[in-house]
Design a protein around this ligand. Structure first.
Ligand SMILES: [Zn+2]
Length: 400
């Protein structure tokens, strides 16, 4: 037997042989190429597309069994092939296995995107249970992984029967009294005939709300307490937050942002509703004997609320030199100002360095940095305006 041995010599089903042939896989060497190169490179080298990959889980399992059989008969090449197929399967997406939609969703929400089989394999048994919250489902998927010779960490845990697994490896049978909730909430649960964790887990947050057992605050408490012991209410998921990369618990299927990040976004929402433009330079002599030019920051409140606006700093950058204003224009400046809805307030500052004492044009590309904060929001915003053809255009802004 050699790499050139035709696959027809092995006991493969007609369907498998047919599909292999369509992918131009005729010998053990071709199989080895597929496993060594990985799917994408293999397809690309042969000008095939993803749609031309015709092997299902069942076909690969059959190929794996044949390779294992060659392996145990002591013929050469086979262990390399065996290793190859495991590596190949590890790189495939989870949806390659036969998994229910809910399982795919649970893993995808937990990881932040659809994981490949190798990523799942690296998670230990307790994390599997934590994500799937269902012993039988864990077993079903592990059986599929095992068929390719892939095992997860502490897989032995799932050799236990369900009852023993739940009792020894999870807090499923922990007493309700041990959950970190208030006495009042505990009493409410008991009076609604929820006297064990197992019973509590049979409810979704929506059902607890609907049955008036728990309102939003109580549900948040229950979720936190359950999360501490790696359990979830029915229909809840561990979700990877796109913003802070922390995992949170929710039954929301559309949102990938945690409550903290959502609240933070809301708190900084108004500052983006300030409409700011810059006018000037206006050259002149000023009452305090200064000569130079004035730039005005014209700030419009486009919200329907009163906004307390704070000017933090302003400076001009010309030829990489940062130049600060020397004074402000009396009657046209504020540091802190309440701006009414739909109203514009202007703040004028004077630049009077040697370069700017005499009227001269500002060079194109000079820019102005303006930093503004609202008293109601924690984050300040820095605006950058660029001077070009006698006007200032907004270029960028940053939250700081
Ligand atoms: Zn977050």
């Amino acid at each position: 037997m050699s790499y050139e041995t035709s696959l027809e010599e092995f006991d493969l089903s007609i369907s498998t042989l047919h599909r292999l042939r369509k992918m131009e896989i005729n010998t053990l060497r071709d199989l080895q190429d597929l496993f060594d190169e990985g799917l994408e490179e293999f397809l690309e080298k042969r000008s095939l597309t993803k749609a031309d990959f015709l092997l299902t889980k069942r076909h690969l399992q059959e190929i794996k069994r044949i390779i294992d059989a060659i392996d145990s008969s002591g013929l050469s090449n086979s262990s390399h092939l065996s290793l190859g197929i495991r590596r190949f399967v590890r790189a495939l997406p989870l949806s390659f296995l036969e998994v229910p939609d809910d399982v795919l969703k649970r893993f995808t929400l937990f990881m932040g995107s659809e994981p490949n089989i190798g990523q799942l394999r690296r998670l230990p048994s307790r994390i599997w249970f934590r994500i799937l919250q269902d012993y039988s489902t864990c077993r079903i998927i592990l059986t599929q992984l095992n068929a390719f010779g892939l095992f997860i960490r502490n897989q032995d845990d799932f050799d236990l029967d369900k009852e023993t697994f739940l009792r020894t490896k999870t807090k499923y049978y922990m007493a309700l009294e041990e959950l970190e909730i208030s006495k009042k909430l505990y009493t409410t649960l008991i009076s609604n005939n929820i006297s064990s964790i197992a019973q509590l887990l049979s409810f979704s947050a929506a059902e607890l709300k609907e049955k008036k057992i728990a309102a939003d605050a109580a549900i948040a408490t229950i979720r936190n307490a359950l999360r501490d012991v790696h359990l979830l209410l029915k229909d809840d998921y561990f979700i990877f937050c796109r913003d802070c990369e922390q995992r949170f618990v929710s039954d929301e299927t559309d949102g990938h942002t945690c409550e903290n990040c959502k609240a933070k976004k809301k708190r900084i929402s108004k500052i983006s509703k300030l409409d700011i433009n810059i006018s000037g330079p206006e050259y002149g002599s000023f009452t305090d004997l200064l000569h130079g030019f004035v730039l005005y920051a014209n700030i419009k409140n486009t919200t329907s609320d009163l906004l307390n606006v704070k000017l933090l700093s302003t400076y001009v950058v010309e030829d990489d030199k940062q130049i600060s204003p020397v004074n402000f224009l009396k009657g046209y400046y504020f540091e802190n100002e309440v701006i009414m809805p739909d109203t514009v307030r202007s703040a004028g500052q004077i630049w009077s360095t040697e370069r700017f004492i005499l009227k001269s044009s500002l060079s194109n590309g000079t820019y102005l940095i303006l930093s503004v904060k609202l008293s109601s929001e924690p984050i300040s915003r820095m605006y950058k305006f660029v001077y070009k053809d006698n006007s200032w255009e907004i270029d960028d802004y940053f939250h700081t």
